[in-house]
Ligand binder design. Structure first.
Ligand code: HEC
Length: 146
């Protein structure tokens, strides 16, 4: 094989690799966006009335509450700059109690983030859907940290 052919071959391999890596990066970015968008939708539907459209704790319901809703853009800030993933998970699925969120078996947002306590339901499609929703909501909350 002469030299210029080898050079061309090396260039074409480099080009293909770069194209592949670029496409891959774009694809995973698109997936993250979809998950975060799903979370944004859930947040608007179930959390924004108290915590506000952008998570600052200034929703339309806030002024009528005895305890003001938390600023959800500061969760990392008040936790040593690390997003408190599992703690927030437990708050959403109700294992960690926040009085204003209502009791675990009757949260203010209804059944959407609730896995019923019986053993069977951990295996159901419903339980999977609940975990998916919580996951998306967490991805969104993480994305709005200041
Ligand atoms: C009915 C009003 C209301 C709704 C709806 C609501 N929250 Fe809250 N939330 C509060 C209040 C009030 C607090 C502060 C309670 C406290 O400090 O004891 C709070 C606290 C929190 C905290 C704890 C923050 C911290 O600093 O530790 C998290 C996390 C949270 N809410 C997430 C959510 C999510 C996610 C949703 C939607 C699924 C939601 N909340 C819906 C009223 C609400």
């Amino acid at each position: 094989m002469n030299n210029s052919r080898r050079v061309r071959q090396i260039f074409s391999i480099m080009f293909m690799t770069l194209t592949f890596l670029h496409a891959n990066a774009l694809m995973s970015l698109a997936q993250e966006d979809t998950v975060i968008e799903g979370g944004r939708y859930l947040y608007k539907k179930f959390c924004a009335t108290c915590h506000g459209g952008r998570g600052h704790g200034d929703g339309p319901k806030a002024s009528s509450l005895k305890i003001p809703p938390a600023n959800l853009t500061h969760l990392s800030k008040i936790n040593g700059k690390k997003f408190p993933f599992w703690e927030t998970y437990r708050i959403i699925d109700g294992r960690e109690q926040i009085t204003t969120h209502g009791p675990r078996d009757m949260p203010v947002w209804g059944v959407w983030f609730q896995i019923p306590d019986d053993e069977v339901s951990t295996e159901t499609q419903w339980a999977d859907q609940v975990r998916g929703r919580i996951w998306q909501l967490l991805a969104y909350l993480e994305s709005i940290q200041e």
